[in-house]
Design a protein around this ligand. Structure first.
Ligand SMILES: C[S@@+](CC[C@H](N)C(=O)[O-])C[C@H]1O[C@@H](n2cnc3c(N)ncnc32)[C@H](O)[C@@H]1O
Length: 221
């Protein structure tokens, strides 16, 4: 197993990205389980998770440690949140999701993982969950909505620790189907920079996801 710089508890094994399974023998989305040097790992499929796709495409700057507190916006049924949960065995993943249908599936995942906290809320209204969560080290945003940069920045401003980091998954077609993706990416990056954030890394997600960009973001001081 080889560790990727800055990504604790994640490794590359035979060209696959894997995370050590926090709940041995339990799968989340029928992913493959493999054993390596006495530890069970879950294969992290880049076609099912944008973070895995970004790591496959060279992302290196993630500041997630084994005790990090994470705020995850758009947790859906828990595919990517569960891998992040593997990466933070001494930390917590606050999972915000507004669809009751998705929340039902997410609750099953949270039941077996004691570091995942389900929150049925709209991420455009962060004040509604302000009394549930604490300041966090990292914010992950994958809501596939036109206003995703704005809601991401609102959550960063309310919940991110001073030297924390965030990642925003931009799906061009969710923002404007009539515009060319490169133009949308430029506009979203410029919005973030205007509001006091810097783009530490930007990674295209092809061939795993068409017209998607992952942005690693920090505050400017
Ligand atoms: C692309 S899916 C996320 C997939 C997930 N990140 C993963 O990799 O496993 C987007 C999710 O965001 C949720 N969502 C969209 N807008 C939201 C909002 N304003 N607040 C909370 N969840 C939202 C949707 O219901 C959907 O489940």
């Amino acid at each position: 197993m080889k560790k990727i710089d800055g990504i604790i508890n994640t490794g590359i094994m035979e060209q696959s990205i894997v995370t050590p399974n926090l709940t041995p023998n339990i799968k989340v989305y029928n992913e493959k389980l493999i054993e390596y040097e006495g530890i069970e790992y879950r294969i992290w499929d880049p076609r099912r998770s944008k973070l895995s796709a970004a790591i496959k495409n060279g992302l290196t700057e993630l500041k997630i440690k084994s005790d990090s507190k994470i705020l995850y916006l758009g947790a859906s049924s828990g595919t990517t949140p569960s891998h992040i949960s593997d990466m933070v065995p001494e930390g917590l993943v606050y999972c915000v999701e507004f669809s009751p249908r998705m929340m039902r599936d997410l609750l099953h995942v949270c039941d077996s993982r004691n570091n995942m906290v389900p929150i049925l809320c709209d991420a455009t209204q962060p004040k509604k969950y302000q009394n549930i969560i604490e300041e966090v080290d990292f914010i992950y945003c994958d809501v596939a909505q036109p206003q995703q940069s704005e809601l991401f920045m609102d959550n960063m401003n309310l919940f991110l620790k001073k030297f924390g980091q965030g990642i925003l998954m931009i799906k061009a077609r969710s923002i404007d189907v009539t515009k060319q993706p490169p133009k949308i990416f430029m506009e979203e990056m410029s919005k973030l920079k205007t509001h006091g954030f810097s783009i530490v890394e930007n990674i295209k997600l092809e061939p795993y996801e068409k017209d998607h960009l992952a942005l690693v973001i920090e505050r400017v001081f």
